[in-house]
Design a protein around this ligand. Structure first.
Ligand SMILES: [Fe+2]
Length: 130
């Protein structure tokens, strides 16, 4: 059984997929069941955490929302591959891809109320903020 917006990774080829419509089956890649990626959460208030993964969600004066992630490497070997925002009622989602040396920042029209934002690090996996 899959649920909308779940992420799955193939541990053989590295393929990552997202569920658009829930179903009874389990995604398979390279002949094996894919691993469901559990979202983790940084403690954003911890001063000890120098490398952060959970996106920061900010209200903008124009009613839009800005999502950033500042304290994470953006090198060829270790970087944030994408950030995705999902509305509280799960009817809207937006994704933005990033590449090494880029600043992780995206704007969305989805109001910040109840918005969740998640990031995908190529080494550490999925992190979420609400
Ligand atoms: Fe990371």
């Amino acid at each position: 059984m899959t649920n909308k917006f779940e992420l799955y990774r193939c541990n053989i080829c590295g393929n990552v997929i997202e569920v658009l419509i829930s179903g009874d089956g389990h995604p398979v890649c390279c002949g094996e069941e894919m691993e469901r990626l559990e979202a983790k959460n940084d403690n954003l208030n911890s001063p000890d955490l120098t490398e952060k993964h959970s996106p920061k969600i900010e209200n903008l004066p124009d009613g839009k929302t800005c999502v950033t992630l500042d304290n994470h490497p953006m090198t060829d070997e270790h970087y944030i591959m994408f950030v995705q925002t999902i509305s509280q009622d799960k009817t809207e989602a937006k994704i933005k891809y990033f590449y090494p040396n880029q600043q992780v920042k995206m704007k969305t029209d989805i109001p910040s109320d109840g918005l969740s934002a998640r990031s995908y690090c190529n080494i550490h996996g999925v992190y979420v903020s609400k």
